[in-house]
Design a protein around this ligand. Structure first.
Ligand SMILES: [Mn+2]
Length: 334
């Protein structure tokens, strides 16, 4: 059977004593939010369902998600040889993305796969994949009995939805997404606080690095491209991690008049991780793929070796060529 009915608990978990919940490696807001929402949802029905064990497995989570209740219960060790009656995978497009939790997937009597990635390859015994849903949290909301959604479940679902929609900004946001968000708000959650503290808040150091990147950014190709970087020395000076670079490219991208934003940070001497964002017609995925990376048409990345100037000199001709081709085709159609 490949359909999960709305009464997920009665139909699919009935009879189980031990349940495991897990999400993908390097867990993001939707992954953590969906795992915590389902955890709380099962926890409140634990006695009715006769559940003995509900374990959540995730890799270490970012501090911004400590705002969610119950995150201290998450297991980060995979040493126990527990065999679960039901294993529920959330926000995970393929089995390998479960990382170490695959161990429990493999020994579980029944596996359930709940997700929203269009690429999901239905690796569970039961699969419920809603590709047009903004987030796994949105999918879960559809499976929950609304009357059983407590404040802490609503908080977790809300955080998942705002992270996968960029706070209701990305094109995956639908009328249904907003209706669900409204229903979650009606549960009394402090939505402003959840948005600020899990999404927008930065540490002082992260803001300093962002500030320097904006100050030191340069415009090239007649202002059509904005470029900024963080050197290896600067990474060490601020003791910055890769995750501290999150969001810098997005701030560069909203510079008026730019078609493409490029952000490069040096992960080792002469090795740059390069992120690219396109505001218009330039296909940055094509450029990233050319240099051995990948991504989407408007958001892509790759790794390049050499100096920062090498990076810029390698990438900008590709952007220039695409811009020229676009101008040409525009003129032809006139
Ligand atoms: Mn997701």
């Amino acid at each position: 059977m490949n359909v999960l009915y709305k009464d997920i608990i009665n139909s699919e978990i009935a009879g189980a004593r031990k349940v495991a919940i897990a999400g993908h490696i390097r867990p993001d807001g939707d992954c953590i939010g969906s795992c915590m929402a389902l955890y709380h949802y099962l926890l409140r029905s634990k006695d009715d369902l006769d559940l003995m064990v509900i374990d959540v497995y995730l890799e270490p989570i970012g501090n911004e998600f400590r705002i969610l209740k119950g995150v201290d219960d998450i297991k980060h060790s995979y040493e126990s040889n527990e065999c679960y009656d039901v294993f529920i995978s959330l926000d995970c497009g393929s089995l390998d993305r479960l990382g170490n939790a695959q161990k429990y997937f493999n020994t579980a009597k029944k596996t359930i796969n709940i997700d929203h990635h269009i690429s999901n390859n239905s690796f569970g015994n039961v699969n419920h994949v809603v590709a047009n849903a903004s987030s796994t949290c949105e999918v879960l909301f559809g499976l929950f009995d609304e009357n059983l959604i407590t404040k802490e479940i609503a908080e977790a679902l809300y955080v998942g939805i705002i992270h996968d929609t960029g706070v209701f900004k990305h094109s995956n946001t639908t009328q249904n997404t907003m209706m669900i968000a409204g229903k979650l708000i009606s549960k009394g959650i402090e939505f402003s606080k959840l948005i600020d503290e899990s999404f927008y808040q930065k540490t002082y150091m992260q803001n300093q690095v962002l500030g320097r990147c904006l100050m030191e950014s340069i415009l090239v190709l007649d202002g059509k491209v904005i470029v900024s970087s963080v050197s290896y020395r600067m990474m060490n000076f601020y003791e910055a991690k890769t995750s501290d670079m999150d969001g810098i490219i997005d701030q560069l991208r909203v510079t008026k008049g730019t078609e493409v934003a490029i952000f490069a940070y040096e992960t080792a001497p002469q090795e740059f991780k390069v992120s690219m964002r396109s505001n218009g017609e330039v296909n940055v995925s094509k450029i990233a793929v050319y240099f051995g990376g990948g991504g989407h048409i408007k958001a892509a990345g790759c790794t390049l070796h050499g100096s920062l100037h090498d990076v810029i000199n390698n990438i900008t001709p590709h952007i220039e060529a695409q811009l020229k081709a676009l101008n040409k085709s525009n003129k032809l159609s006139e």
